[in-house]
Design a protein around this ligand. Structure first.
Ligand SMILES: Nc1ncnc2c1ncn2[C@@H]1O[C@H](COP(=O)(O)OP(=O)(O)O)[C@@H](O)[C@H]1O
Ligand SMILES: [Mg+2]
Length: 425
């Protein structure tokens, strides 16, 4: 089976179901995906396409990541070695050249016996030729020296956000008896909770449960949502029309940022826009690069609360990882929607879950939530098993007294369900 970005528009529940089905039913799969957990669950071989070649790695995504990190460390040490060797050879050439130059000059000493015999001119010409040859040999060696590219470095983020002191870790958003409604349709029943400054809140919920609706309610500060005056929201909806096509990447960012150029360049470098790249006009950028530019523009504008609606959907694995590390280091508040489990896992400190028309704040991270879900499932499981067993025993004892086709049928049904439950465990 060939799958091209199968998880992109699925919610977490459907991604997990797909994962399970694929693992169970399909022998050979070729997947294009940016979902790291999905790749980890399914793959035993990774093909990386880079600079026009395909490199194969054994194992799943995590194995690939390890192998790649090792390769980068190797490249770093190769680069250091290359620079050192290059300097040595350059110095050697310089030295030989100087010697050769000196050799052409008439010698002071007339005592050299060779010189006496041959006459000074041919002797020095020969000597110079030899020195030139050595210099050339070193030059060739230098040319043969395998050029190793420098590994791009990622500088850490040191960024001041607006009104940081005023915010501290105070409650900045109060949701009070808020109902989610689109026309007459209920999305979630009245809900009450609050969010503190510095929280990294992931909004979880299936497709169409009302995540975007909640974010829009928040940005519009509808009735039932109280937002502190110190809060400055930056809303990223993948709406890249915040960008001016004719201007460069850095101009676009600078238009709305009061941060110093050094920091702007740091953030752009973290998003893989190095050196001269930042002078590219937006109209020449690829889809993913535009998304990154739009993100950088919002991230660096004068805000302290980032609201992101599915930011990772159109980014590749490397960009997702960069985004992840920037959001982790960010001192402000982040409220985001994502279906990428690893992304949620790495960033979120709290979760807002929309399920069965209820919206609930979960005060814990994603692994705590997953743990709770599993234990709930197992306890539901054992409960159901107990009920089944009781009913089965009862039916068997009744059937032993008097045969009954309807009861017989019911018994088969129960036994089948019990078998299924035991297999799932
Ligand atoms: N303007 C609208 N008119 C009618 N239905 C809408 C409108 N906006 C959203 N909806 C519906 O409301 C539900 C929730 O939408 P949304 O908040 O975008 O969900 P999601 O959780 O996927 O972000 C969906 O079923 C969507 O089709
Ligand atoms: Mg949405």
């Amino acid at each position: 089976m060939l799958l091209d970005e199968p998880t992109t528009n699925l919610d977490t529940e459907h991604i997990e179901r797909l994962e399970k089905d694929l693992r169970r039913w399909i022998e050979s799969i070729v997947i294009v995906s940016h979902d790291r957990d999905f790749l980890d669950a399914l793959c035993n071989k990774i093909w990386e396409v880079e600079n026009g070649t395909v490199v194969e790695y054994k194992g799943n995504y995590s194995n690939y990541e390890e192998a790649r990190a090792l390769k980068i460390r190797q490249q770093e040490s190769d680069y250091d070695h290359y620079v050192k060797k290059k300097k040595e050879l350059e110095r050697a050439i310089e030295l030989k050249k100087k010697k050769a130059a000196r050799a052409t000059k008439n010698p002071n000493k007339k005592t050299d016996s060779d010189a006496k015999q041959m006459g000074t001119k041919p002797y020095f010409a020969k000597k110079q030729k030899k020195l030139d040859a050595t210099a050339n040999a070193i030059k060739t060696r230098m040319e043969q020296l395998h050029k190793v590219d420098k590994v791009d470095e990622v500088p850490p983020l040191k960024m001041n956000i607006v009104k940081a002191d005023e915010l501290g870790n105070r409650v900045i958003i109060r949701v009070n008896e808020l109902t989610g409604k689109i026309k007459e349709r209920l999305l979630w029943k009245p809900t009450t909770f609050h969010i503190r400054a510095g929280t990294k809140l992931a909004i979880l919920g299936g497709n169409g449960t009302g995540k975007t609706t909640f974010i829009k309610n928040l940005c519009a500060r509808v009735e039932g949502i109280n937002v502190s005056n110190a809060v400055k929201i930056g809303y990223f909806s993948q709406n890249i029309d915040v960008l001016d096509e004719t201007k460069t990447i850095i101009e676009n960012v600078q238009q709305t940022s009061s941060q110093v150029e050094a920091l702007i360049r740091t953030v752009l470098a973290r998003l893989q826009f190095f050196g001269e790249d930042v002078y590219k006009p937006v109209q020449l950028l690829s889809g993913g690069e535009r998304v990154k530019t739009a993100f950088a523009k919002i991230f660096l504008s004068d805000i302290n609360t980032l609201v992101l609606d599915e930011p990772s959907n159109f980014l590749d694995v490397f960009a997702i990882k960069e985004l992840e590390s920037l959001l982790k280091e960010y001192q402000g508040t982040v409220i985001f929607v994502s279906h990428d489990r690893r992304f949620i896992h790495h960033i979120a400190t709290q979760l807002l879950i929309i399920k069965n028309e209820e919206m609930e704040l979960f005060d814990g991270n994603f692994s705590m939530y997953q743990q709770q879900m599993t234990s709930k499932k197992t306890s539901n499981h054992s409960e159901r098993l107990l009920i089944l067993e009781t009913e089965i025993t009862e039916i068997i004892s009744r059937l032993s007294i008097q045969p009954d086709s309807k009861l017989e049928e019911r018994l088969q049904q129960l036994l089948w369900e019990k078998k299924g439950l035991q297999k799932d465990k």
